[in-house]
Design a protein around this ligand. Structure first.
Ligand code: GFB
Length: 364
């Protein structure tokens, strides 16, 4: 049956920054934003790439997450339903407006350029809106000054959105980037519990745990591909970096980040695995990594215990996340948003919260 039009309007946005972990950070705030405004959220696809390619590839939201728990907590609609039932009724081509904070200037244009969001310039922006079915936006809306941003924590902030952009004249708020802070705010972390992986992903994770691992098991995340070195060059001991609030908390707490927490040495990794295995009596270790799984080294370090390390043959990142959130113990990278998906899931998804540990970080 066709979806009914929501008179309170819709929110659609491009999670155009970063990969899965970064996108998940954006979803938490954006889903909150849509909720507060009482609008229906159009479930965005995951923006990825074919291995070795820079061309954006979209994966439907419902291929990654189960719809039922999402629909129970957020007024939401799949992109396919939106395109089929809603857009033709309320979002004709000539009324499609792109929402961005301030105008974006192009590198080639002169001073007389009309201010625009340039919503489709570049990758993955162009491919994303192509995928949504937007050939062109008729106009741009710069929401920064009128609203002060997408923080809608107070009634006053919400009111600015409601009066400047009422659903009657702005049925669809189409954002060029997620209407949310990056990284996510701690007060929104609990939303993670509604993002349950699809049955395809979950069943792969569960069979791997059953077939290959022995409980209790320690799950670890190693973020050691070359791009991560550049991130860790930005470590400033007194400031949070990317997801580091997951282990350090948000200010006004003292932040004490170290290079070792971002890019742990091999001996830190091995020592910490041995320590957690020893303390928890774990029987196996699951290793998730983007580059080097260190399987032989880990097995060497654990030779005194009767414990071995295992990895997924195909290294599927989503199946890896699903395994890590089910692990009895978890050691993650405090700065990585990929790790933060796991730590939030462990804290909020299960009846009993599962704790997380982080490389190079000792609980003060
Ligand atoms: O998820 P993500 O945004 O987290 O990006 P970070 C890291 C991506 O690297 C993941 C792959 O989405 C995966 O595609 N990856 C990382 C992994 N760890 C693993 C793993 O254990 N197993 C597998 N299979 N894949 C951000 C980037 O990384 O760092 C931004 O998204 C930027 O683009 C930023 O580079 C500095 O927060 O770790």
């Amino acid at each position: 049956s066709a979806a009914e039009v929501d008179p309170n309007g819709y929110v659609i946005y491009c999670p155009c920054m970063g990969r899965f972990g970064n996108q998940m950070e954006q979803h938490l705030g954006a889903f909150h934003f849509a909720n507060v405004l009482g609008r229906t959220i159009v479930l965005p696809p995951m923006v990825g790439h074919e291995p070795g390619s820079t061309i954006a590839k979209m994966t439907a939201f419902e291929d990654v997450f189960q719809l039922a728990p999402i629909k129970k907590h957020f007024k939401s609609i799949t992109l396919a339903e939106f395109q089929r039932d809603i857009a033709p009724k309320i979002w004709p081509k000539e009324q499609r407006k792109a929402f961005c904070w301030t105008p974006r200037t192009s590198s080639t244009a002169g001073d007389d350029e009309t201010p625009s969001c340039r919503a489709k310039d570049g990758n993955p922006f162009g491919p994303f809106w192509d995928h949504i079915g937007v050939d062109e936006f008729a106009d741009s809306v710069f929401y920064g000054r009128p609203t002060g941003g997408f923080n809608v924590g107070s009634a006053k902030e919400k009111e600015k959105w409601m009066t400047n952009y009422p659903a009657s004249s702005f049925p669809v708020l189409a954002f060029t980037g997620a209407p949310s802070n990056f990284p996510s705010q701690q007060k929104h972390w609990h939303y993670q519990k509604h993002f349950r992986y699809s049955t395809r992903i979950t069943s792969k994770a569960k069979s791997f745990i059953e077939d290959r691992l022995t409980r209790p098991f320690v799950g670890i995340h190693l973020r050691n591909d070359i791009d991560w070195n550049r991130v860790c060059e930005h470590v400033d001991p007194s400031r949070n970096l990317f997801a580091s609030a997951q282990c350090l908390g948000e200010p006004p707490q003292d932040v004490m980040l170290s290079k070792e927490m971002c890019l742990p040495s091999r001996s830190t990794v091995l020592d910490q695995i041995v320590e957690v295995v020893g303390r928890s009596g774990a029987k196996s270790v699951f290793v998730s990594a983007d580059k080097d799984h260190m399987i032989d080294e880990i097995n060497g370090a654990l030779s005194a215990y009767d414990v071995k390390a295992y990895r997924l043959d195909d290294n599927d990142p989503l199946v890896s996340l699903a395994i890590l959130e089910l692990a009895d113990e978890f050691i993650g990278n405090c700065v990585s948003t990929f790790s933060s998906v796991v730590s939030r899931s462990r804290t909020f998804k299960w009846a009993k919260p599962k704790p997380s540990h982080f490389w190079g970080y000792k609980i003060p």
